[in-house]
Design a protein around this ligand. Structure first.
Ligand code: SF4
Ligand code: SF4
Ligand code: SF4
Length: 248
């Protein structure tokens, strides 16, 4: 089914859920246990998780304006926060739009309006979770067909945007080359402040993460390994992961 139709159906479904959520909100508390167990990657500007769950009215405005189709609304099977927006970076990360339109669209402040540009985004921090599968570390070229996942995302979609087509065009040029995808596709204005490929002790190269990382998840999306070697720790600070530098 065309994605635009799917979006409309999802929007209606979750708007209804939003009303139900408001009715229930007064009587149903959010278990700290649940929050700890399942921390999702929230859209840019999301306030503290507990506050976010209280402020978000599940209207879907943020996902309606996202030109990369990055934002989804949580379904019944996703645990707490049914109907709230999140980003599954393995499928589609945030591409750090200039002007951060998702934040501008939020009517309640669940996405705080002081997040005005990519450098203001602090969604989490990238981590090389599976060094053993990183192609760069083993000097393995990027295989042909690595971009099938990203192309599949736009198949059957009637409202593919120019932004998405530009990503695909850039991605396609990497096939057969040494893997630098996570560093070269990092979308923030100064990607070298967030990530760089550095020599590794075994002769390969590896991505190194720096304090400028905003946790957008674009690197996780484009990582060509079966399970992304690089992933985002939602809401983590650079200092909390790497034990140095300043807090985000
Ligand atoms: S910054 Fe852009 S790509 Fe990222 S979630 Fe917001 S609208 Fe989507
Ligand atoms: S995208 Fe980055 S983490 Fe993934 S295989 Fe390539 S160099 Fe390694
Ligand atoms: S390294 Fe770049 S692409 Fe990856 S999460 Fe950080 S800012 Fe986003």
């Amino acid at each position: 089914m065309a994605k635009v139709q799917t979006d409309r159906r999802e929007f209606i479904k979750y708007s209804t859920l939003g009303v139900l959520g408001l009715v229930l909100a007064g009587g149903v508390g959010i278990s700290p246990y649940l929050l700890g167990e399942e921390m999702r990657l929230r859209p840019p500007g999301a306030v503290d998780e507990k506050e976010f769950l209280g402020l978000c009215i599940k209207c879907g405005q943020c996902l309606q304006v996202c030109p990369y189709h990055s934002i989804e609304l949580a379904d019944w099977g996703k645990g707490h926060g049914v109907g709230t927006p999140f980003i599954d970076a393995t499928t589609r990360g945030c591409w750090a739009c200039k002007g951060v339109p998702c934040v501008l669209a939020c009517p309640t402040g669940a996405l705080a309006h002081d997040c005005e540009k990519p450098e203001d985004i602090h969604m989490g921090v990238a981590v090389l979770a599976s060094p053993s599968s990183c192609l760069a570390m083993s000097n393995t070229p990027i295989p042909e067909g690595f971009n099938t996942k990203m192309h599949r995302f736009t198949q059957g979609v009637t409202n593919v945007t120019q932004n998405e087509l530009e990503i695909l065009e850039k991605l396609d040029s990497f096939a057969g080359k040494p893997c630098t995808l996570c560093a070269d596709m990092c979308p923030i204005p100064n990607p070298m402040s967030a990530i760089a490929m550095v020599p590794d002790k075994d002769g390969g190269r590896r991505p190194e993460i720096y304090e400028g990382c905003i946790g957008c998840g674009a690197c996780e999306e484009v990582c060509p390994t079966a399970t992304p070697a690089i992933i985002i720790k939602p809401r983590a600070t650079y200092a909390s992961i790497y034990g140095k530098g300043t807090s985000l």
